[in-house]
Design a protein around this ligand. Structure first.
Ligand code: GLV
Ligand code: GLV
Length: 321
């Protein structure tokens, strides 16, 4: 019997073609995030599921699919929506898509950083409101990056790619994380490993690149924001709940920090209403990996992962527990 493959969202055609070579593929019509009950019905009898970060993948999901389920392949690097232990306990392989979205996400991080430090959103809103303006030596002055310190929380693949960009802008790098980076990486970036509290009080820009885990939920809370310089900026392109969004809105409104650039939110697709009223925050609707090239590469890697497991082979990028 041909394997049943469920893709919970429509993915790039190249990836669909790979899946179709290996089994009968089901995708929702029309393409939409499936509510839990529909998701559980859809995955029933699946040998492989290609999922996205909208899907809650836990023991109940695996049980709804049935004991023939062999692999859940998420089209994302982050897998905080997946209970990996529950899946591994049922002998289900979990895979994600690291690497292929590193540059796109680092680019977007820098886009938000420049947008907020150079007040691009403010300037564009002023033009679109047809406000009178002219070039003036004191008009919409921002903050330069040359010689400033970038604090990276989580020097993984994306954090490292952000640090490389920052070096090209003349920034100094400090970082924190669970582990110290390899000496060769520290040397290339001239990066210094520091505890989080030192990073917070010494950085001009703090950029978050750690995964969302129980340990990093609300890592940046009111206390962490208060430890930052009042002239500093916070950039979040990882997962919304790493930041206490209400505390951040408060800190931005009262001048505890200078500004923020956010691609992710605590309760997506909702955004804390106070953030929408503030001029010192650059906002993007979770676009980190949103280029045609990257989304295609993510979908193809996810399909290769699923197909490898169906063939009894080691998938290219498994998630280990
Ligand atoms: C997107 O947010 C991802 O984790 O790939
Ligand atoms: C993953 O790609 C990371 O940023 O560590």
């Amino acid at each position: 019997m041909r394997p049943r493959i469920v893709a919970t969202r429509r993915i790039a055609e190249d990836a669909m073609a790979l899946l179709r070579e290996s089994g009968d593929v089901w995708v929702p019509e029309p393409d939409r995030p499936l509510p839990t009950e529909e998701l559980h019905t859809a995955v029933k009898g699946a040998d492989a599921v290609v999922s996205t970060l909208h899907d809650r993948v836990d023991g109940a999901f695996a049980d709804a699919a049935g004991p023939q389920l062999k692999v859940v392949s998420t089209v994302a690097v982050g897998y905080d929506n997946i209970d990996v232990a529950a899946l591994h306990a049922r002998d289900v392989v979990v895979t994600n898509t690291p690497g292929v979205l590193t540059d796109a996400t680092a680019d977007l991080t820098f886009g938000l950083l420049l947008s907020v430090t150079r007040r691009l959103g403010e300037g564009e809103r002023l033009l679109r409101a047809r406000e009178p303006w002219r070039f003036d030596l004191g008009f919409l002055l921002g903050t330069g990056l040359q010689g400033k310190t970038l604090g990276i929380v989580g020097l993984g693949q994306i954090g490292t790619a952000v640090a490389r960009r920052a070096r090209a802008f003349g920034m100094r790098i400090v970082y924190t994380g669970r582990r110290r980076a390899e000496t060769s990486v520290e040397r290339e970036l001239d990066a210094r490993y520091v505890p989080l509290d030192e990073l917070l009080c010494s950085s001009d820009v703090v950029s978050l690149h750690c995964p969302l885990t129980p340990q990093t939920r609300h890592l940046i809370d009111a206390g962490a924001l208060a430890a930052m310089k009042p002239t500093a900026f916070l950039i979040n392109t990882t997962r919304g709940p790493v930041v206490d969004e209400a505390a951040l809105a408060g800190a931005l409104g009262s001048g505890v920090i200078a500004g923020a650039g956010l691609d992710v939110f605590e309760r997506e697709p909702d955004v804390h209403p106070a953030l929408l009223e503030l001029d010192n925050v650059a906002l993007a609707p979770h676009l980190g990996s949103a280029t045609t090239e990257t989304r295609t590469a993510m979908a193809v890697l996810a399909a290769r992962n699923a197909v490898a497991v169906l063939r009894g082979e080691e998938p290219p990028t498994p998630v280990r527990s």
